[in-house]
Design a protein around this ligand. Structure first.
Ligand code: ADP
Ligand code: MG
Length: 724
């Protein structure tokens, strides 16, 4: 099938109706999750109590209890037709891993029976030796094991019982995303509780919350299959701009096309059955770009749910003749995709720590956490950027779209004013709810709720939005755990330091609120002068200003990763118990290696497509033109009527030659890079290659403009982006 057949076929592709039962969402919400309701129904009293102690109090599960829990789970699972079980984990690749085992075992009478016990539930040893480990397992022990994370509910996917697990080496190093995330969540709770106790002594736990917004593109599967670059790298390596892109803003929030809507409904149904509170769906800015967001939840669970949703998206899209693109920048010239991480903290008593309180005390607590978060972001701005950096997200970083490659924080006018005011007034001035007291000089006021944050600054990578911070720099295909681990750990470190400051002030005989405010003031001054920035993050002036303020302005991704093993980062991560130095070093190795491989694959695909698809098409057109010219010469004896043909021939020669020269240079650069021993140095060399991809792209996109449309072998942007 040529390109035109594919275009026609995709244009005529009929909508496949969504299969969502009539009735209320609440009727089927969570039916495929072993949640509290099922625990109560399927577990005996002892197992239930032990499991709840384990989930809520972090108590270990003994073998007997695990057997009891497994018995109940098995009964529930078999009622849903489950035949297999898997430990489901998040290795340092993109996506999740699973190895299914059937439930059968010999019954000793020549037949088989279904078995599932506490041992299978609690621990498995997948021979997962091919996952990236940064040398940890090669050096110490050949294998890793997976262990159940009881705080993440077990769920059913098709015929398989999926048990969310951590993935650890025998020597105890984390080999996955979940383990450090859980450690960071514990660290932030442990550090935040003593501070909450200044305000409410009954607080015993602090939760970190995550609400992710997943952006993605949909393309027709037929057109996708004709674009080798999309299939292999997840993005188009070339493609001339379509005349109409997103200039008219006519896609953003527009009516959802029926085929897409059917896909979304199937996806939501599948997500809801798995207990994922999917709430929002809409068209995004770029053509064929969409977004989905759930109601926020506890960070570890919310992150698992994001991983599940990304898996579901891929499967369900195919039913509707689509392929989902989760890459951060599938198309040049239109917006890329991110995954905003809305993040907040809250106590086990239901208090939101990043929202204004009910009274002066509550407001002081809010300001305390608010300012300490900013301090953590200030101190670790380079590290936070490193936590969202990847070969794929690099195409958004520093480009003229969220986020700029500088991590600053947007506060909005109200909170900026509050912070300035706090520096002016005596430390015992209460922070009142705006409008409750009559205006008086020197009063610090805060609104009870931030009704519609009107001055929401889209160019800020870390923005306060009324009751949370929105970390917008996270990439659409990333595992949120990377960013959430770093953020929570950095905040934990800061809260520990802050507690010590407050205690020093209290030791001087000050009342607690005054001690807190006196400890806050120097921090407020410091964050205002460095990390707080409400202006346009895309301007050149901001880059200069940020550098002057001491913020990190690095745009080279391999160099960003190096931030993880700098002394301040090692100290922060070890002090909070989130990563050991060895783990940090191993992870960096994985990051550099992944970076190298991704760029290497892109570069190979690009060179091959340039030589096998693009150049032949250009030469075919060239031959056609040459034939015409030579015929003209034969008939008229001169080339007077061939000005256009001659000009086009000149262009083709120029661009084809450019493609050849640049492709050859790229191959040579790869050869040189490949023999560099040191992985960091090799990653730096590959960074140069990544930059040169743009240079090779240019003459190819020029050729697309010149070559006869009929001869162009690849679906064009205007076809990929507008058919749905
Ligand atoms: P917008 O696109 O305007 O930023 P959305 O409604 O698309 O907002 O998404 C906002 C996300 O933030 C949702 O997932 C929502 O549940 C989440 N969210 C709201 N409040 C909090 C909070 N306190 N902590 C964490 N996430 C939150
Ligand atoms: Mg949104």
């Amino acid at each position: 099938m040529d390109r035109f057949d594919l275009v026609k076929e995709s244009f005529e592709r009929k909508e496949v109706p969504a299969e969502v039962p009539a009735g209320k969402t609440s009727d089927y919400f969570g039916e495929l999750v072993f949640d509290r309701k099922k625990m109560c129904k399927y577990l005996d009293a002892d197992s239930l109590q032990a499991l709840l102690d384990c989930i809520e109090g972090g108590k270990p599960l003994d073998r007997k209890t695990a057997d009891g829990v497994a018995r109940g789970m098995k009964e529930w699972a078999m009622e849903h037709g489950v035949t297999h079980v898997t430990h489901w984990f998040q290795p340092l690749t993109e996506g999740t891993a699973e190895k299914h085992d059937s439930l059968i075992d010999y019954d000793g009478k020549g037949g088989v029976i279904e078995t599932f016990d506490g041992k299978m539930l609690a621990q498995q040893e997948p021979d997962a030796s091919s996952f990236p480990s940064g040398g940890i397992r090669a050096t110490f022990e050949a294998r890793g094991y997976t262990a159940w994370d009881p705080t993440s509910p077990v769920f059913i996917l098709d015929d398989t019982l999926c048990i969310p697990t951590v993935f650890i080496s025998y020597t105890g190093e984390a080999l996955d995303y979940k383990t450090p995330l859980k450690k960071a969540l514990k660290a932030v709770s442990d550090a935040a509780v003593p501070i909450c106790k200044y305000f409410d002594p009954s607080v015993s736990k602090v939760y970190s919350y995550l609400g992710w917004e997943q952006e993605y593109f949909l393309v027709d599967e037929g057109l996708y299959s004709a674009r080798t670059d999309l299939m292999i790298t997840g993005r188009t390596l070339f493609g001339h701009n379509s005349s109409k892109n997103q200039q008219l803003d006519d896609h953003y929030f527009a009516a959802i096309p029926p085929r897409v809507s059917a896909f979304m409904r199937d996806l939501e149904f599948a997500g809801h059955r798995l207990g994922i509170p999917i709430k929002t769906r809409h068209n995004e800015v770029a053509p064929n770009q969409f977004e989905l967001a759930p109601i926020y939840g506890e960070t570890n669970l919310a992150n698992d749910q994001n991983q599940i949703v990304m898996n579901l998206m891929n499967r369900i899209a195919r039913k509707h003749g689509f392929v989902v693109l989760l890459h951060e920048k599938p198309f040049e010239g239109v917006n890329g995709s991110g995954k905003h991480n809305n993040w907040s903290l809250g106590t086990d008593k239901g208090t939101q720590l990043l929202a204004p309180g009910k009274d002066a005390k509550g407001n002081l607590q809010f300001v305390t956490f608010f300012v300490n978060v900013l301090a953590a972001v200030q101190k670790h701005n380079a590290l936070l950027k490193a936590s969202i950096a990847s070969a794929t997200n690099a195409h958004r970083l520093g480009a003229n779209e969220a986020p700029p490659a500088i991590v600053s924080a947007f506060l909005g006018r109200t909170m900026t004013e509050v912070l300035h005011k706090l520096l002016e007034v005596p430390s015992d001035t209460p922070i009142e709810i705006a409008g409750k007291k009559s205006k008086s000089i020197g009063l610090v006021e805060i609104p009870e709720v931030f009704v519609d944050n009107t001055d929401r600054n889209r160019t800020s990578p870390f923005a306060f939005t009324g009751n949370r911070f929105e970390f917008r720099a996270v990439g659409s295909c990333a595992n949120c755990a990377g960013a959430m681990t770093t953020l929570n750990a950095a905040v934990a470190e800061q809260l520990i330091a802050f507690k010590a400051d407050v205690e020093k002030e209290i030791a001087k005989g000050k009342k607690t609120p005054v001690a807190i405010m006196d400890a806050l003031k120097p921090i407020i001054k410091s964050v205002i002068d460095t990390v707080c920035f409400d202006g346009n993050g895309y301007t050149e002036e901001w880059k200069k200003e940020a550098e002057r303020r001491g913020l990190d302005v690095e745009t080279n991704v391999p160099k960003m990763f190096a931030e993880f093993t700098k002394p301040a980062s090692i100290e922060m991560f070890t002090k909070t118990g989130v990563y050991t130095q060895k783990e940090l070093e191993a992870r960096n190795e994985v990051k550099w290696e992944t970076y190298v491989k991704k760029v290497q694959i892109e570069s190979r695909v690009m060179v091959r497509m340039a030589l096998n698809h693009i150049v032949p098409a250009a030469l075919e057109y060239k031959a056609k033109l040459l034939k015409e010219v030579s015929m003209a010469k034969e008939i008229f004896g001169n080339l007077d009527g061939c000005t256009t043909e001659m000009l086009i021939l000149g262009d083709i020669n120029k661009y084809v030659e450019e493609v050849r020269v640049k492709a050859t240079a790229m191959k040579e650069a790869r050869k040189k890079a490949n023999i560099i021993e040191d992985i960091y140095e090799r990653a730096l060399a590959y960074h140069e290659i990544a930059e040169s991809l743009y240079a090779l792209r240019k003459p190819i996109d020029k050729l697309e403009e010149v070559v006869d449309n009929k001869m162009w072998p690849l679906p064009k942007y205007r076809e990929l982006l507008f058919i749905s």
